[in-house]
Design a protein around this ligand. Structure first.
Ligand code: HEM
Length: 116
């Protein structure tokens, strides 16, 4: 059970790496919102929800932290949607949409590792 939970944590981290890595590529590139960012967010969400149930654990979960992470993820999802729409219409993503995607992703990773 513990090993299975570790594997789901690994999948969750793959989601984070995919979202943040794709954002970093665009940061030094054309600053678009890409399909791979949506994939990373989806992977992080599914694995995060699976980890939110208390299985394979010897400690209690921090549900305040998990709730805030879920709200932040929904915000990122909204920004990805808005950014994709603007990209389609005008060919670019405003800085006010592009930057918060990366910052909020990093915030969620920070919450995960700093707030125990
Ligand atoms: C962009 C969104 C997210 C990012 C970047 C992110 C990042 C991370 C990272 C880096 C870890 C590993 C922490 C560690 O084990 O030291 C983690 C663990 C975890 N995340 Fe997320 N996460 C995100 C979204 C979510 C969501 C939406 C949920 C649940 C609704 C969630 C629930 C969890 C849980 C339950 C753990 C394991 C905590 C534990 O076992 O103590 N995450 N997350």
């Amino acid at each position: 059970m513990e090993i299975l939970r570790s594997i789901v944590v690994l999948v969750h981290l793959v989601g984070f790496a995919t979202l943040f890595g794709a954002w970093m590529v665009e940061l030094v590139g054309q600053r678009r919102v890409t399909r791979i960012m949506h994939w990373g967010l989806g992977i992080a969400l599914v694995a995060g929800l699976a980890l939110s149930a208390p299985w394979g654990l010897d400690h209690d979960l921090n549900y305040a932290k998990i709730g805030i992470k879920l709200v932040v993820l929904v915000l990122i999802g909204g920004l990805l949607g808005a950014g994709a729409g603007r990209l389609r219409k005008s060919g670019s993503v405003p800085a006010g949409i592009f930057w918060p995607i990366g910052i909020l992703t990093l915030l969620n990773a920070g919450l995960a590792v700093i707030w125990r």
